[in-house]
Design a protein around this ligand. Structure first.
Ligand code: 5GP
Length: 113
Protein backbone atom coordinates (compact mmCIF):
# COMPACT_ATOMS: atom_id res chain seq x y z
CA UNK A 1 0.00 0.00 0.00
CA UNK A 2 1.65 3.28 -1.04
CA UNK A 3 1.66 5.98 1.60
CA UNK A 4 -0.29 9.19 1.07
CA UNK A 5 3.00 10.96 0.40
CA UNK A 6 4.03 8.38 -2.21
CA UNK A 7 0.76 9.18 -4.00
CA UNK A 8 1.62 12.88 -3.90
CA UNK A 9 5.12 12.16 -5.21
CA UNK A 10 3.69 10.08 -8.07
CA UNK A 11 1.11 12.85 -8.79
CA UNK A 12 -1.83 10.54 -8.08
CA UNK A 13 -2.94 13.03 -5.41
CA UNK A 14 -2.56 16.76 -6.11
CA UNK A 15 -0.37 18.97 -3.94
CA UNK A 16 1.20 22.40 -4.15
CA UNK A 17 4.78 21.36 -4.88
CA UNK A 18 7.30 24.12 -4.16
CA UNK A 19 10.58 22.25 -4.69
CA UNK A 20 11.85 18.89 -5.90
CA UNK A 21 15.11 17.25 -6.77
CA UNK A 22 16.53 13.76 -7.22
CA UNK A 23 16.05 12.98 -3.51
CA UNK A 24 12.97 14.81 -2.28
CA UNK A 25 9.65 16.42 -3.12
CA UNK A 26 8.49 19.41 -1.02
CA UNK A 27 4.89 20.62 -0.93
CA UNK A 28 2.65 22.85 1.19
CA UNK A 29 0.95 21.26 4.18
CA UNK A 30 -2.82 20.96 3.67
CA UNK A 31 -3.43 22.25 7.20
CA UNK A 32 -0.76 24.93 7.68
CA UNK A 33 0.36 25.80 11.19
CA UNK A 34 2.30 28.88 10.09
CA UNK A 35 2.29 31.23 7.06
CA UNK A 36 5.04 29.02 5.62
CA UNK A 37 4.43 25.31 6.27
CA UNK A 38 6.07 22.98 3.78
CA UNK A 39 6.73 19.24 4.06
CA UNK A 40 10.02 17.93 2.67
CA UNK A 41 9.54 14.27 1.81
CA UNK A 42 12.18 11.85 0.54
CA UNK A 43 11.19 9.92 -2.58
CA UNK A 44 12.18 6.74 -0.70
CA UNK A 45 9.31 5.83 1.67
CA UNK A 46 11.24 5.57 4.93
CA UNK A 47 8.87 5.45 7.93
CA UNK A 48 10.73 7.93 10.13
CA UNK A 49 14.19 8.74 11.49
CA UNK A 50 13.95 5.91 14.01
CA UNK A 51 13.64 3.43 11.14
CA UNK A 52 16.55 4.90 9.16
CA UNK A 53 19.85 3.05 8.93
CA UNK A 54 23.41 4.00 8.00
CA UNK A 55 22.49 3.48 4.34
CA UNK A 56 20.11 6.44 4.67
CA UNK A 57 22.78 8.90 5.84
CA UNK A 58 22.91 10.75 2.52
CA UNK A 59 19.12 10.80 2.20
CA UNK A 60 18.75 12.37 5.66
CA UNK A 61 21.33 15.00 4.80
CA UNK A 62 19.56 15.73 1.52
CA UNK A 63 16.28 16.25 3.39
CA UNK A 64 17.96 18.86 5.62
CA UNK A 65 19.63 20.64 2.70
CA UNK A 66 16.34 20.69 0.79
CA UNK A 67 14.58 22.13 3.87
CA UNK A 68 17.11 24.97 3.95
CA UNK A 69 16.57 25.58 0.23
CA UNK A 70 12.78 25.64 0.73
CA UNK A 71 13.22 28.18 3.55
CA UNK A 72 15.29 30.41 1.24
CA UNK A 73 12.74 30.13 -1.57
CA UNK A 74 9.85 30.85 0.81
CA UNK A 75 11.61 33.96 2.15
CA UNK A 76 11.99 32.88 5.77
CA UNK A 77 15.71 32.13 5.87
CA UNK A 78 16.58 35.54 7.35
CA UNK A 79 13.71 35.72 9.86
CA UNK A 80 14.24 32.16 11.09
CA UNK A 81 12.29 28.96 10.76
CA UNK A 82 11.79 25.65 12.49
CA UNK A 83 12.39 22.13 11.18
CA UNK A 84 10.32 19.37 12.80
CA UNK A 85 10.41 15.59 12.30
CA UNK A 86 7.74 13.85 14.35
CA UNK A 87 8.80 10.32 15.20
CA UNK A 88 6.00 7.97 16.16
CA UNK A 89 2.37 8.47 17.11
CA UNK A 90 3.26 9.71 20.59
CA UNK A 91 5.15 12.61 19.01
CA UNK A 92 2.29 13.48 16.67
CA UNK A 93 3.36 11.57 13.57
CA UNK A 94 0.25 10.83 11.51
CA UNK A 95 1.74 9.99 8.09
CA UNK A 96 4.25 7.15 8.27
CA UNK A 97 6.50 8.31 5.49
CA UNK A 98 9.38 10.41 6.80
CA UNK A 99 8.87 14.14 6.35
CA UNK A 100 10.45 17.32 7.65
CA UNK A 101 8.10 20.20 8.44
CA UNK A 102 9.49 23.63 7.51
CA UNK A 103 7.63 26.23 9.58
CA UNK A 104 8.16 29.97 9.39
CA UNK A 105 6.69 33.39 8.79
CA UNK A 106 5.55 33.92 12.39
CA UNK A 107 7.10 33.93 15.85
CA UNK A 108 7.75 30.39 17.09
CA UNK A 109 7.90 29.82 20.84
CA UNK A 110 10.26 27.47 22.63
CA UNK A 111 9.63 25.00 24.17
CA UNK A 112 6.95 24.02 21.63
CA UNK A 113 4.61 22.45 24.23
P1 5GP B 1 2.81 14.48 10.90
O1 5GP B 1 1.64 14.71 11.83
O2 5GP B 1 2.85 13.04 10.42
O3 5GP B 1 4.12 14.96 11.43
O4 5GP B 1 2.54 15.39 9.65
C1 5GP B 1 1.69 15.04 8.61
C2 5GP B 1 1.27 16.31 7.95
O5 5GP B 1 0.71 15.99 6.70
C3 5GP B 1 0.23 17.11 8.72
O6 5GP B 1 0.74 18.38 9.07
C4 5GP B 1 -0.96 17.18 7.77
O7 5GP B 1 -1.63 18.42 7.79
C5 5GP B 1 -0.32 16.90 6.43
N1 5GP B 1 -1.20 16.27 5.48
C6 5GP B 1 -2.07 15.24 5.72
N2 5GP B 1 -2.71 14.90 4.60
C7 5GP B 1 -2.25 15.73 3.62
C8 5GP B 1 -2.56 15.85 2.22
O8 5GP B 1 -3.38 15.11 1.64
N3 5GP B 1 -1.90 16.83 1.54
C9 5GP B 1 -0.96 17.64 2.14
N4 5GP B 1 -0.38 18.57 1.36
N5 5GP B 1 -0.67 17.55 3.44
C10 5GP B 1 -1.30 16.59 4.18
Amino acid sequence: MPTLFEKIISRDIPADIVYEDEWVVAFRDINPQAPVHVLVVPRKPLVNVAEAGPEDAELLGRVMLAAAEVARREGVAASGYRLVLNNGEGAGQSVFHLHCHVLGGRGLRWPPG
